[in-house]
Design a protein around this ligand. Structure first.
Ligand code: PLP
Length: 319
C-alpha cells in the first residue's frame, strides 16, 4: 500500500471535491487502515490518534453533560483518568463488576475484554440486554479472540498502539461501530473537532495487521505456558490469565519484591505498555497506587522463545 502524506488533493475538472480533498476530512492511507480494522471486527472503523483519544471522542460524541457511564471496575486505569478529566464537562461515571449485569440509570456501558490488569472477562450477554449502548474495549482480546459486535455490543474500542499495530512504534486508537449511522455521526464529530489519525501511523498499522493472527496465536500459546509455570512457582501468589491473549498479571509478596523482579529480567524489558513483539513487564502499583495489590506485576508476552522467557522469569523471581 502506498503511504500518502498529502494534506490536500485537487478538486475534479468541474471544481468539485473528490473522495479526498483535505486530510482532516479523510485520507486514503487512514481510510485503508480503517477498512482493514473494520473487516477484522465486522463493523465500521474510525481511527484516532491514540486509544485514549478514541475514548474521549467516543464519549464526547455520544453523550451529553449529566450523562453517566457504567465503567467496568478494574479496567485500564487510564480510562477512568480520562473520564475524571471530563468530569467538569458534566461526564459522570460509576464503576461496576463487569461479570454481572450493568446498573440501571446509566447512558453508556463500558466493558473491557479482558480487563487490564485484572483480566476478568465481561458478561457480554447481560450487557447486551441493557437498554444503553455498550462499548467493549477489546484491546487485549483483539479481534483474533473476540469480536464484540457479534455479541451485541454497539462499539468495539482498541488502543491500536498495542496488539493491532504490534511493534511498539505506533500510537493509534480505533472505534468500530456496528451501525453505519453511529459511524457517520462520530466521523462528523471527529472532523470538526480535529481528533484525527495521521497517515504514517495508519500505514504502520496496516503493515502490523498482516501478522496479527500469527503474533496473537504465538503470544497466547506462550502466555498459556508461562501462566501454568508461574502458578506452580513458590514465590508467586495469584496468577491471572483468562485463557486468551498474551497478557498475564501475577502477584509477588510485596512492592519491594515486585521492584526487584521487574528490574532483574534480561530478555523481558522493564517498560510499560503491552501487545508488542517484545515482552515487557512492570509493577503496576507505580501507576495505579493502591488500586492494585502492591506486588502485582503485569507481563505482556512477546514473540521470543517461551523457554527463554521462562528462564528469564525464574531467574528474576529468585534474585
Ligand atoms: N485501553 C486499554 C485496554 C489500554 O491498555 C490502553 C493503554 O494502555 C488504552 C486503552 C489507551 O490507549 P493509548 O495508550 O493508545 O492512548
Amino acid at each position: 500500500m502506498t503511504l500518502d502524506r498529502a494534506t490536500i488533493w485537487p478538486y475534479d475538472e468541474r471544481g468539485e471535491p473528490r473522495e479526498f480533498y483535505y486530510q482532516r476530512y479523510g485520507s486514503p492511507t487512514v481510510a485503508e487502515a480503517e477498512r482493514a480494522v473494520g473487516e477484522l471486527d465486522g463493523g465500521h472503523a474510525l481511527l484516532y490518534p491514540s486509544g485514549s483519544g478514541a475514548t474521549t471522542a467516543l464519549v464526547l460524541g455520544l453523550l451529553k453533560p449529566g450523562d453517566t457511564v457504567a465503567l467496568a471496575a478494574g479496567c485500564y486505569f487510564g480510562t477512568s483518568v480520562t473520564f475524571d478529566a471530563l468530569a467538569h464537562w458534566g461526564l459522570r461515571h460509576v464503576e461496576f463488576d463487569q461479570t454481572q449485569p450493568p446498573p440501571d440509570g446509566v447512558q453508556l456501558v463500558w466493558l473491557e475484554a479482558p480487563s487490564n490488569p485484572y483480566l476478568t472477562m465481561p458478561n457480554l450477554e447481560a450487557a447486551a440486554a441493557h437498554p444503553s449502548p455498550v462499548v467493549v474495549d477489546s484491546t487485549v482480546a483483539t479481534p483474533v479472540h473476540l469480536r464484540p459486535l457479534d455479541h451485541g455490543a454497539d462499539f468495539a474500542l482498541h488502543s491500536a498502539t498495542k496488539y493491532l499495530a504490534g511493534h511498539d512504534d505506533v500510537l493509534l486508537g480505533a472505534v468500530v461501530c456496528r451501525d453505519e449511522a453511529d459511524a457517520e455521526r462520530l466521523r462528523r464529530f471527529r472532523t470538526v473537532t480535529g481528533i484525527v489519525a495521521a497517515p504514517d501511523p495508519a500505514w504502520l498499522l496496516v503493515r502490523g495487521l498482516k501478522t496479527l493472527g500469527l503474533r496473537v496465536a504465538r503470544q497466547t500459546a506462550s502466555a498459556a505456558l508461562l501462566a501454568e509455570r508461574l502458578r506452580e512457582h513458590p514465590r508467586v501468589e495469584t496468577v491471572r490469565w483468562p485463557g486468551l491473549g498474551g497478557l498475564i498479571s501475577f502477584d509477588v509478596a510485596d512492592a519491594e519484591t515486585a521492584r526487584r523482579v521487574e528490574t532483574s529480567t534480561r530478555t523481558i524489558v522493564n517498560a510499560t505498555s503491552l501487545g508488542g513483539v517484545t515482552s515487557v513487564m512492570e509493577s503496576r502499583a507505580r501507576w495505579e497506587g493502591d488500586r492494585v495489590p502492591p506486588g502485582l506485576l503485569r507481563l505482556s508476552v512477546g514473540l521470543e522463545d517461551p523457554e527463554t522467557l521462562w528462564r528469564d522469569l525464574r531467574h528474576a523471581l529468585h534474585e
